[in-house]
Write a protein that binds this ligand. Sequence first.
Ligand SMILES: [Zn+2]
Length: 65
Amino acid sequence: MIELTDKKKKSLLEKYRKRYGKCATCPGCKEYIRENDELEKVEYIKTKRGTEIFLHRGCFEKIWR
Ligand SMILES: [Zn+2]
């Protein structure tokens, strides 16, 4: 998990949306994560393969137990 500022998360979400043509989806609850969401509750993960994942902090705890 990478600690990022909300501003940085926002710019990463924007980039993601432009690259994939859709908003990022939380793999835990399947809800969209948008730039205007409460980003302090959003985590950003980049896998070794370069896959970018955005998810809610609560959902992160549910998935990675
Ligand atoms: Zn979620």
